[in-house]
Design a protein around this ligand. Sequence first.
Ligand code: ADP
Ligand code: ZN
Length: 608
Amino acid sequence: MSNIPVSDAVIFDTLRRVFGFRDFRPNQERVVRALLEKRDVLAVMPTGGGKSLCYQLPAVLLPGTCMVISPLIALMKDQVDGARANGIRAAFLNSSLMLEEWNEVIRDLLANDLDLLYVAPERFCLDHFRELLGRVQISMAVIDEAHCISEWGHDFRPDYLSLSGLVTMFPDLPVAAFTATATNRVQQDILEKLALRTPFLVRASFDRPNLYYDIQFKDNPDAQLVALIKKNKGKSGIIYRTSRKSVNDTSAMLQAKGFRALPYHAGLSDAERKRHQEAFICDEAEVIVATIAFGMGIDKSNIRFVIHADLPKSIENYYQETGRAGRDGEPAQCTLLFAQGDIPKVRFFIDSMTDDVERAKALGALSKVIAFASTSVCRRRALLEYFGESYPHENCSSCDICLGSREVVDCTREAQMLLSAIVRTEERFGAMHIVDIVAGSANKKIRDCGHDRLKTFGVGKAFEKKYWRQLVDELLAQKVIAKSEGLYPTLFLQPKALLLLRGEERLETVRVFEKKPLKALRDKSEPSGLAYNQELFELLRLLRKQIADEQGVPPYVVFSDRTLREMAAILPLTAEDMLAVSGVGEVKLERYGHQFLRILDRFQSEHR
Ligand code: ADP
Ligand code: ZN
């Protein structure tokens, strides 16, 4: 096959005309060039980093079809819709196709009429599929979600192992692997399993500058969720919860309050799950309440908030799940609701795991999550350091710690009350009983033990029992006290307790309040500082929804939020102005341009 060098002019021209972008995102250009030079590639880039463009642009330029292996039917469809919207000749082959559609794709493939063909990994085990590939011109092979080949990845798929034969199958073609999984172990594993030939390695920063991270003290989750959704009114968001029951309860609670929220978990039927996911993707439901199973198969780029209402399983999970927000580069909020009181529940669940190795792994992961949530280090720095990356800035100005919205409370006096109650009852009672003493509830057990006559009885009447319960958890977490094993665990003191009781040490706890939300964020992310009319933006959004429904694609496939915002800010009046908007390429201009221009025009004449 010929190997004509592709000039800069051609590359940038394609970027502008086909994709409608003025510049590459970090690393995109290097990957594009490596592929045009027919080198193998492993690109580790965060979600929203723009991986698709890295292979779609060379696919447009190189002769033959670029074959993309992708794990999920929904993802394939989304990618194909997105590519076609830019006028790229793209198709997929998977079990969702009818015979007629299938034959049409094969016909196009044999006629060399496809730039991109998406397929599922299991095809590679099939002889007739390999035979088919022998008869067509392939430009390169791309493995999307390449972490699926690694058993260390969060999403291992045995089918992916068959891809280790790709390099022998295509001795002269580049093989490119893409993943957003940040751990070095997974990266190493991908390289080994695929046996890439001196690949061009790209490891982008895992920083997601447009994401704002905060951790709020979880004291009234329902009210907190409602407040967060109200703040993001009308925008798309995911709420993660751990159990099916809590998913159902939360979505019912939100529905009762008039929000368009839908549940998503493994207990629903396939049809229901599909319907709920679709409603979310098409902006018909604003909030999806889900167990961690949700999100893998969707490319929705305009998710504006992700809330963890329960503790995530690991830092990796937390990063992946929050990473689903703001793929379009626009500001998005990631909030974790955290209370020490949640820890015992998770521990209990982990303790019931039968596999010793798995249990130890889960416990290790949990303790890292707790440390992440309890320390006062910049959230961004802590996350990046977890993945072995050092964050160069002192202040990220986009997390609760850096914005100073975190408050330290001195609870020494209150801790002393609890400790003294534990001492006076000879370390023989559990948390509830100790709390009853301090809070002064004279129930039967308290009276039977004569504990209502203790000096500490009722000293903490001023606070609710709930407060005292949380403080017990805090004392446990800070290892001031410990808890015995067994059915009726009792509390006993640790060395640190004596220092506290003598007043030689103080107890500080962290409470998180939202004081300065999302302010500094605006100036940080890409050109979102844009001033635009909200009403106009809504009109453009409505039109986008209408077009998307007509064409049976998700709204973000038509134009991203970012593109609409730019339109509303720049106010293009001509086709040429329109092409200057990021995300508007020639094909989209031709297809949708006049409809959007009409709205922009009308809006401007009405508001002159
Ligand atoms: P990933 O697969 O890495 O998560 P995508 O390929 O879905 O990311 O791209 C995320 C978003 O960024 C998409 O909306 C895409 O159109 C946009 N995008 C990609 N490259 C660029 C670019 N060079 N300039 C502006 N936006 C881009
Ligand atoms: Zn920070």
